[in-house]
Design a protein around this ligand. Structure first.
Ligand SMILES: C[S@@+](CC[C@H](N)C(=O)[O-])C[C@H]1O[C@@H](n2cnc3c(N)ncnc32)[C@H](O)[C@@H]1O
Length: 223
């Protein structure tokens, strides 16, 4: 049984409150995703404790930094959603979020769509496409408040790929490690300046069980 609690690091550190019934939902996510994984090889993270920390807690940790995610009706594109992270836990956390999981691998989006159906997540849909192809389509251009991406590409590439999806004053929120942010800094600064984004960095936090340090980099569109 996944025992997700507010006292779990870094949920406590980030002051993230768990909605009623979320621990049970987290258990359901674990069951559904690992069942689909048996035949589709979506994730190598399958032990209960690792899944809890590296998928569930990591995915919702952005709420500590961006509290509107817990309460508001935000339209989100999760670019490179893979097996459904962070989009599945975020959709389960706040039913008002309207999330689209996008991936260039058709099998992965099919699995995420199946998981969303089994979990009753009506606020999560999926699209099979590459980011840059979808971004130029009329119905997706300038349509999202927020683009998220975890473990997809370097920040400079993601600025280019995600910027056209954003509504005016939209944001891109990347799940990163502090080391990656430092390493990518020069190119990130260049692309952010070129496409007129302000950069904001979250505090660094540490995931338990040697899962490493995390930091968010957020790009705020000036337009
Ligand atoms: C390492 S996986 C990460 C998956 C998930 N975000 C996670 O953290 O578990 C990267 C995913 O991004 C997808 N991807 C990479 N570039 C992409 C692009 N330009 N457009 C859509 N999907 C992309 C890949 O197919 C892959 O599923």
């Amino acid at each position: 049984m996944i025992n997700l609690q507010e006292s779990d690091a870094p949920l406590a550190e980030l002051n993230i409150k768990l909605p009623q019934g979320f621990s049970e939902k987290a258990e359901e996510i674990y069951q559904v995703v690992t069942k689909i994984n048996e035949t589709h090889n979506l994730t190598r993270i399958t032990s209960l404790e690792d899944f809890k920390i590296r998928h569930l807690i990591d995915s919702i940790s952005s709420i500590g930094y961006y509290p509107e995610l817990a309460t508001d009706a935000i339209k989100i594109l999760d670019l490179g959603c893979g097996g459904g992270f962070p989009c599945i836990p975020l959709a389960a956390y706040n039913p008002k979020l309207d999330i689209t999981g996008l991936d260039s691998e058709g099998m992965k989006v099919k699995c995420v769509a199946q998981a969303a159906k089994e979990l009753g997540l009506d606020n999560l849909k999926t699209i099979h496409a590459r980011g840059r192809e979808l971004a130029i389509k009329e119905e997706h251009k300038a349509s999202y408040d927020l683009v998220t991406a975890r473990a997809v590409a370097t920040a400079d590439k993601l600025i280019k790929e995600c910027r056209q999806f954003l509504k005016p004053k939209g944001r891109i929120l990347l799940y990163k490690t502090p080391d990656a942010i430092k390493k990518e800094d020069k190119l990130t600064q260049r692309e952010a300046k070129k496409y007129k984004f302000d950069i904001e960095l979250s505090p660094i936090f540490t995931l338990p069980n040697d899962a490493g340090e995390r930091q968010f980099i957020v790009f705020h569109s000036q337009r």
